[in-house]
Design a protein around this ligand. Structure first.
Ligand SMILES: [Zn+2]
Length: 236
């Protein structure tokens, strides 16, 4: 299965394909190592991501921190082991912290912010926080790209995927603090609360949770920040 990373070449940035090394990723995923079903599940999920969200990459995080290359701060990818996508430095997984986990990282589809006047104005003045992109498109108007980290708990798929905002999300204008909150469905540490008890269907893949529930959560957060206090009142 192929993944694609942007690489700096003489004629600018180009997307370069590589074979995703799921065996190495599995070393950083306790749920995969627990039984024979785990690897099959990871393969199916990775195929599903490659098909529908080909720009999302499997990388490594520790809690809410995305780990980067110790030499050049480049993105870590699973290509014949774990290595830096920029300088190719290899990082043996046994040298990482015991909290290090393989996780998906990528940007959500664009969210129009022309109708969110308070946020749009503030972003036009101050620019977007680290990892986020605010820009203009002929048809979409002003839009925002929000990055997320999407990981698997140790008892996956018994428990649902764990999806997190990057710290920059809470630097967006008028956002509530990054604290556990029933009002805006957050667990703290950037983790999105996406399921009421009994709602998670263990046959669903992480990609569906990202595209449906997490995407809806981001839109509600933006509406909340823009002044719609009851943005989360309706359960999606
Ligand atoms: Zn590097």
């Amino acid at each position: 299965m192929k993944q694609f990373v942007p690489k700096q070449g003489p004629s600018g940035t180009k997307l370069e394909g590589f074979d995703l090394d799921l065996e190495t990723a599995a070393e950083l995923l306790p749920f995969v190592r627990k039984g024979p079903k785990g690897m099959r599940r990871l393969e199916e999920e990775a195929e599903d991501m490659a098909k529908h969200q080909p720009r999302w990459l499997l990388t490594v995080s520790s809690g809410r921190t995305r780990l980067a290359c110790p030499k050049c701060k480049g993105m870590l990818i699973f290509e014949q082991g774990l290595r830096c996508s920029a300088c190719s430095t290899q990082l043996p997984t046994h040298r990482l912290s015991t909290h290090a986990r393989a996780c998906w990282f990528g940007l959500l589809p664009p969210i129009g912010i022309s109708g969110l006047s308070k946020i749009d104005r503030a972003l036009s003045t101050n620019g977007a926080p680290a990892g986020h992109v605010a820009a203009q498109h002929a048809e979409l108007g002003r839009f925002l790209l929000v990055p997320l980290l999407a990981g698997y708990p140790s008892d996956y798929p018994k428990s649902p995927p764990q999806i997190r905002y990057l710290p920059g999300f809470f630097e967006l204008p008028f956002m509530p603090p990054d604290k556990a909150s029933h009002r805006v469905h957050l667990y703290g540490q950037g983790v999105l609360c996406l399921f009421a008890s009994g709602q998670w269907n263990r046959k669903d893949f992480i990609r569906q949770v990202i595209e449906q529930r997490a995407y809806a959560h981001v839109i509600k957060m933006l509406n909340f920040a823009n002044g719609k206090r009851r943005a989360f009142a309706k359960v999606s």
